[in-house]
Design a protein around this ligand. Structure first.
Ligand code: FAD
Length: 426
């Protein structure tokens, strides 16, 4: 038998960073998970790097599954058999609802209405999936969250709430046995990575039969955002933290820290809106996929559409599977829904949609970045003057984010909270 040729040095030289450049990386971990020879791992800055060059055979799988690479959303949606109707703001739409978990206290423990957890819970009970990829506190560090597979209602419960930090969801897929069917819930870049995995390795179409999406607009923050909230907002040394929540209590929830002396500190959500601008990643500022349009069903915050004090989620149903699962979850009693017009969902977060569908595609084109194909908007669309001013403000703040982080580190936290309340988005 001829021994394979091992040329680690040459491979290290020839291997290309999957996302092309580091600032395109979403830190989703899909390249690390998909590498057939386990040659990659996270390195400094949570960026993938070649750790076993001798194993790498330059197969290119890492680049093919990377959501930093080329994505034509409309085309991919069609090949996945999502809705034929393509809304320029929301992507493929079959139905739109306001939805909430009917479990007592479920929405209160969740980000908005607990609909994501309710649908995953139904899929587990009904045997559609054997486990679900969710986020959970990292046992080694109370400030950190990680991805894990949930196989029981208790484990699913840990996934509740939005964690405003980048979490490599794909790594949880390696916990699954070969014969297990997995439900996946993640935001746009993570779902895009999963869809690319399914395209590259078709066995994952049956292994991950249910894909739920989570709206996300520049919300994947570096860990420094959480550290700032703990240190500056709560006046605590990180070592005193026992638990962190970003959406504690009834909708819209608050940032909450449980301390080692059993006390808790809480900061209202509107007082930390500026975190999104100061600590978001560069890749988020290039993302056009606010509503996670490659999922079977996508869930978001309803903003002013919410008509239950405990909370509700927006649910955009995109595939026939999504329609079946949502209807079955309602019949099963775990989920309650009421129809909502898709235009109202877009209007409720007009500024975020304006940024992701108008401003960012324009900036990407100017940078010569053609990787994310933006849909065509109605001819002559310009957005409201308020959206235009806010978007200009957002990008100006982002440009000077390092300086502003330093300024807010020096000033008392109430200055940051006041600016957040006056000018923050969402
Ligand atoms: C980083 C981020 C930014 C967001 N930005 C927006 C926005 O701009 N507009 C909007 O309408 N909605 C946004 N959302 C979605 C919103 O906050 C809720 O997640 C959504 O309404 C579903 O709420 P729920 O109560 O139904 O979910 P729950 O039942 O509480 O379940 C939450 C689900 O989200 C998953 N999750 C939590 N944090 C992360 C994470 N960091 N990465 C991947 N998965 C995660 C959990 O594992 C779980 O499956 C964002 C969410 C996140 C995580």
């Amino acid at each position: 038998v001829k021994k394979p040729e091992h040329r680690p040095k040459a491979h290290r030289k020839a291997w290309r960073f999957p996302a092309g450049e580091a600032s395109n990386c979403t830190h989703c971990g899909m390249c690390i998970f998909a590498c057939p020879v386990r040659a990659l791992d996270f390195g400094p800055g949570r960026l993938p790097q070649l750790v076993r060059a001798e194993a790498c055979n330059l197969c290119g799988v890492c680049a093919r599954v990377c959501p930093g690479g080329e994505i034509d959303f409309a085309q991919t949606g069609r090949s996945l058999g999502l809705a034929n109707e393509y809304d320029p703001w929301l992507g493929p739409v079959r139905d739109a609802f306001l939805a909430h978990d009917t479990e007592p206290g479920g929405p209160r423990r969740s980000a908005s209405g607990g609909a994501v957890t309710a649908v995953l819970g139904y899929a587990l009970r009904a045997g559609l999936i054997d486990a679900a990829v969710v986020t959970a506190p990292d046992p080694a560090d109370p400030l950190l969250f990680r991805a894990r597979l949930a196989r029981s209602p208790e484990e699913l419960d840990q996934g509740r709430q939005s964690k405003y930090q980048t979490i490599p969801l794909a790594l949880a897929l390696s916990e699954a046995a070969d014969n297990e069917r997995i439900g996946f819930a993640g935001n746009g870049c993570q779902v895009a990575a999963l869809r690319k995995l399914q395209e590259t390795i078709p066995a994952y179409r049956t292994r991950v039969p249910l894909v739920l999406g989570i709206f996300c607009s520049t919300g994947n923050l570096s860990l420094r955002a959480t550290e700032f909230m703990v240190r500056k907002g709560c006046g605590l040394a990180p070592r005193r933290v026992k638990q962190v929540e970003y959406r504690h209590g009834p909708y819209p929830g608050a940032f909450m820290v449980a301390c080692d002396d059993q006390s808790i500190r809480v900061i209202a959500k509107d007082a930390y809106k500026w975190l999104y601008t100061l600590y978001t990643t560069e890749r988020c500022m290039r993302c056009i996929d606010l509503s996670c349009e490659l999922a079977d069903i996508s869930f978001g915050d309803p903003f002013e559409l919410c008509n239950r004090p405990e909370g509700q989620s927006v649910a955009i149903v995109r595939s026939s599977l999504g329609q079946e699962v949502l209807a079955a979850a309602v019949l099963d009693g775990g989920l309650a829904v009421e129809p909502v017009a898709p235009e109202r969902v877009v209007a409720a977060q007009g500024m975020q949609f304006y940024i992701s569908r108008v401003v960012i595609p324009g900036l990407n084109a100017r940078r010569g970045m053609t990787a994310f194909h933006a849909p065509r908007l109605p001819e002559g669309f310009r957005g409201t003057w308020k959206s235009r001013i806010k978007a200009t403000g957002l990008f100006t703040v982002f440009r000077f984010r390092r300086l502003l982080r330093w300024v807010f580190d020096v000033l008392p936290f109430r200055a940051f909270a006041m600016v957040s309340r006056l000018t923050g988005r969402g």
